[in-house]
Design a protein around this ligand. Structure first.
Ligand SMILES: Nc1ncnc2c1ncn2[C@@H]1O[C@H](COP(=O)(O)OP(=O)(O)OP(=O)(O)O)[C@@H](O)[C@H]1O
Length: 345
């Protein structure tokens, strides 16, 4: 449906954002375009949609070069959702979705029975029909997003391109919008390309990912193949975010200044590890019990016991209280260690 070949994107004055990009978007596929801030996702989307010229290479939609299509022909091939600016805030939902039919309604913009039926169907499908008479300026962000997607649907193009349609939405609404786009892709056989920073949802819901790296390349593949290929490991360069390939989740990289040996496993250990990591203490399964160590007894009323060598120091029910106690003990231990250095009293 959409094909980009040796495409170099950028700006006038020779500013290349990413050179020699290659990718294909197939019919019925939902593709998520991912990449760190500033890698060029919006620049790529604007270039694909013909809003800015390519520096070199080609973009074809349905076999036709985008640069050679006039606005009217392009509007029958491609609908674009740029959600950061809404050009008609004083329109109602129904009017906005109706504008989606404008490539077909002729000079006077009069809608036929079929046009009206398509507008109604698009609002129904995007679960926004109940707000049809509402002004766009009175909608929530999620409702507005559904309205602009309904407009794209009413435009009835084989290709829909969206720039960050899930930005600023809460998690259930992000999932709802992604599910809506998934259904549009698979049931209506639309090809959908959306840029997003929502990696974890993209990994779960996209048929393919396009991963744009700084200065290129553009990696293309199914989420699973890309996970196995290791492209995610370098997505953000050497930063404080690490990607865990096994879980498909990003994790914060903590800085540690101490370790605490632990006896015990399971969910309690997972939660404790995170709580201590925030304070810079790394929990380790270790047999080294020369100093403080922690025992987890899941079924006890107070499941966390702090030991000094073989002697129990304290029992705790809450993780918060335990973390405070460990920090106090470590501070005390440091003071004692300093006090016992030769030459100190
Ligand atoms: N009009 C412009 N003229 C020149 N350079 C621009 C222009 N717009 C964007 N850029 C530059 O192009 C590069 C890519 O920007 P772009 O907005 O495409 O990135 P992005 O991946 O969409 O970023 P984000 O995730 O932060 O939205 C950046 O270095 C940016 O400064």
């Amino acid at each position: 449906m959409l094909d980009i070949s040796d495409l170099t994107i950028g700006y006038s004055g020779g500013k290349v954002v990413a050179p020699n990009l290659n990718a294909t978007l197939e019919r019925g596929n939902l593709v998520c375009l991912l990449g760190a801030n500033g890698t060029g996702k919006s620049t790529l989307i604007r270039t694909l949609c013909g809003f800015q010229p390519a520096l070199s290479g080609s973009v074809t939609i349905g076999g036709r070069e985008v640069a050679t299509l006039n606005a009217h022909d392009l509007a029958k091939e491609l609908s674009v959702v740029l959600t950061d600016r809404l050009s008609v805030p004083n329109a109602t939902v129904e009017e906005l979705v109706g504008y989606g039919r404008s490539p077909y309604t002729g000079f006077l913009g009069r809608m036929s029975k079929e046009d009206r039926a398509m507008v109604a169907e698009a609002m129904e499908c995007c679960q926004i029909a109940h707000k049809r008479k509402e002004l766009l300026s009175n909608l929530s962000d999620g409702e507005r997003q559904k309205a602009v997607i309904a407009k794209a649907m009413a435009q009835d193009t084989p290709l829909i391109v969206l720039d960050e349609p899930t930005a600023f939405l809460d998690l259930p609404t992000r999932v709802e919008i992604m599910q809506l786009l998934r259904t549009l892709a698979s049931k209506s056989q639309k090809s959908i390309l959306m840029s997003t920073h929502d990696m974890e949802l993209a990994l779960q819901m996209a048929d393919k990912l396009w991963i744009l790296h700084r200065n290129g390349p553009l990696d293309v593949g199914s989420p699973e193949d890309l996970l196995l290929s290791g492209v995610f490991n370098n997505l953000f360069g050497q930063t404080n975010v690490q990607f865990d390939v096994r879980t498909g989740l990003f994790k914060v990289a903590y800085e540690y200044h101490a370790t605490l040996p632990v006896a015990g496993h399971g969910f309690h250990f997972t939660l404790l590890r995170r709580a201590f990591a925030r304070r810079g203490i790394k929990l380790e399964h270790s047999a080294n019990r020369d100093s403080f160590w922690l025992q987890i007894a899941t079924h006890a009323e107070k499941p966390y016991t702090l030991f000094f060598e073989e002697v129990p120091v304290s029992h705790h029910k809450s993780i918060d209280e335990l973390v405070d106690k460990v920090e106090q003990c470590q501070a005390k231990q440091k003071v004692e260690a300093v006090a016992s250095e030769p030459g100190r009293s």
